[in-house]
Structure formats: C-alpha cells, structure tokens
Write a protein that binds this ligand. Sequence first.
Ligand code: ATP
Ligand code: MG
Length: 422
Amino acid sequence: MSRAIQAVRGMNDLLPDSVGLWQHAERCAAEVLQAYGYREIRLPLLEKTDLYVRSIGQVTDIVEKEMYTFEDRNGESLSLRPEGTAGCVRAGIENGLLHNQIQRLWYAGAMFRHERPQRGRYRQFHQIGVEAFGMPAPELDAELILMGARLWRKLGLHGVSLQLNSLGTPACRADYRKLLVDYLEGQRAALDEDSLRRLESNPLRILDSKNPALQGMIERAPSLLDHLDAESAAHFGRLRSLLDDAGLAYKVNPRLVRGLDYYTRTVFEWVSGDLGAQATVCAGGRYDGLVEQLGGRPTPAAGFALGMERLVELLAQRGSQPHGGRPWLYMVLIGEPAQRRGVLLAERLRDDGITVECDAVGGSLKSQMRRADRSGAAYAALIGDAELSAGLVSLKSLRSEEAQEQVPDDRLTQVLRQKLAC
Ligand code: ATP
Ligand code: MG
C-alpha cells in the first residue's frame, strides 16, 4: 500500500458529526440577517491579486505574507480570497449595485490565509460577511452591531462582549500618525522587531501588538480618540448614544485599530473570553473610502466579518448539539410487509418535518436495532407483524431508559414533537 495523501496543513475536513452545529449557526445567522433586510450575494473564491493590494493595503500582514498568490496559465497574478469585503465591493461596482443605491448584502464561505495554524486560526477558514452600502449615518453602524448582538442571543451565547473605537478620517489619522511616530521614536529601545518594521510602514498597527512586553508603552501612547476631527467625534458620540438607548453594553478601546487599512471612523470587535488567544469572533467597521479607492463613485459603506470556526467552537463549548444532523427517528422494519408500510409512513412523517432514517438492509431485530443505535437517532419506531395488523408502531427511546410505548401511526408526529420539543 502506498502512503496515504494528507490534507494541506491548516485546512480542515468538517466531518458529519460537526456539520450539524455549522448548519445551525448558518441558519440562525441567515434568519437574523434576513430580519434586517440583508440579501445574500455569492462571490468568486479567486480574484486578481491587485484587488487585494489596492484595498487591504500593500503593507498589511495579509498582503505582505498571508495570501495564496499564483500565476494562472495566462501569467496573470491571482489570489485566493483572504477576506470578502474587497470582492464584494468589486462585484458591487462591476454590476452597478452601488451608485446611488442602498444595498444590504451578506455572504458566507471559505477564506484563505497562510498563517501559522493554531487553535482558532487556520489556513482555510470560513466567514459570514455583511456589507452595507450607501448609508453614512451612525444609525447604520448601530444596526450592524445590534444585528450581531441579536445573533449571539439567538444562539444562546452570553459571554461575547463588544469593543468599540473610532479611527476618524484618513486626514485626521495622518495627523495622529505623526504624533504617534514621534512618541514611538522616543521608545525605540523598547520596540520589538515587528514593531520596528511597522514604525516605518504602518505605525498604527503597533497599537494592536499582542506582545505583553509592549503593553505599558502602548498604554501611554497618545490616543487617536483625543485627536478625532469634529464630524468623526460627533458620529462616534451618536453611535454610542444609540447603543446606550438600546441597552447594549460596550467598552471603548482606543487601541482597537484592526488589521486592514481601509477602515474609517467606527471599528468594533466582538470578543469572547472562552477562545484562548484568538478571542475575536467577529470584527468590522466603516470603510467610507474603499469603493472610490477601487474605482467606484464615492459610497459610504460599513460591514463586519464573523469567524465561523470560532463561533462554532463557542457553540460546541456550550454543549449546543442540535442533533448534529442526525435523524430524530430510525425505522426498524421486520419483514417485507412492514418494510412497505414503513417506507410510506416515513414519507408521511417527513411531510410533517420529522427527520427519519429507514432501515434499508433488513435482517433480524437485533441487527436492525444495532444500526438504529449507530445512526444516532433519538428514537426507534419498530414495526413487525403485530404492529402492522394493529396500525401501530412501538416507539423506543435509544438514548434514555424511557419505557417503550405503542403509538397509533397517525399520532406519531404529535408524540415525537412532544418528546423532542420541536
Ligand atoms: P486576527 O487578529 O485574529 O488575526 P483579523 O483582524 O486578521 O483577526 P479579520 O480579517 O477582521 O481578522 O477577520 C474577521 C474574523 O475572521 C476574525 O475576527 C476571526 O474571527 C476570523 N478569522 C480571521 N482570520 C482567521 C483565521 N486564520 N482562522 C480562523 N478565523 C479567522
Ligand atoms: Mg489576522
């Protein structure tokens, strides 16, 4: 036997046992997004490399060292998408969705970054991304944030907290950048290698450093919030009061800068204490300049991206297991007449929304019960000659000591719904 081929490092198979939780999260997210009028858009996995260089920024971690970039057979440089916003904006401009219009869009799918794989950080990972175009007011920023909060509630996640900051406009950021560089130049001896490199290229990112040795120095750095232009300060104030009115708690974190260059004004992160070092489950903000930067007409925009692996990890920790895609019921059918009856009854139950797996192998009661157990179903419905002539099934719990009971065929949906609270 030759050696088996293995998956690419950092790229995971999602096996059937875990897919149920993913589907549950995806369904809940789609419902919440729909409730706010967001519509799904589906976008290519590959884009021209230049799209990411122009949007994310040449000196960001993503473009500098994380992209899967290659030349295709025509010698054109393409990249697997490391995030969804750039592609969404590109599609919006190209298809005439943005100019003088309001668009509320979302997408879901795989993203690719060549990072060091570790808990919560993979090379192929999945995001649900949300982008809203044509709305400059802080009401839209508040909507995006409240939508996130609603999703956590719907999923029963209580430990996810909101961090908020404003980056102002590019102009006021440029002024602040000078102040920051002056301060950091004075601290040169305390900077690590990464920060020294960023001091030239992207000094604001130093504020985002996770190196514990730098934290004191970062704490004492001048704060961008103290240097906002008047309009950005008013925008931020209004957003805060909208969130206060909605009773949503948040923490203003003046060090929150985000990894991508294109943000303006509001930035936010949803953070959980239960994810170890990779604590941010969802991140976003406003990017009013990006559409124009990518060749469209000036269009205000804001959005966020939710990391599905991190979200699913939180759900798994909570023990939410929405039956993991397993059937509610397994039909054990003894003898040919019972098999015929069972197939039709299963069809009727599925019409009622009950998930059913029918034994299609046959054989003894014992062997069918063994398969019923392995299927992961909650209950088995047994039909043999006696049940057949009485128009009943024998309903047996596969997961608890509950007594077996006889249920008339036409009451099976109702009884199962009661038992499974669905
Ligand atoms: P981080 O600081 O964790 O590297 P980021 O700022 O690079 O995050 P974004 O580009 O804002 O992340 O992506 C939004 C979300 O997507 C993150 O908050 C996270 O939940 C998720 N995410 C980003 N990179 C990865 C990855 N390599 N593996 C798994 N999830 C990821
Ligand atoms: Mg990153």
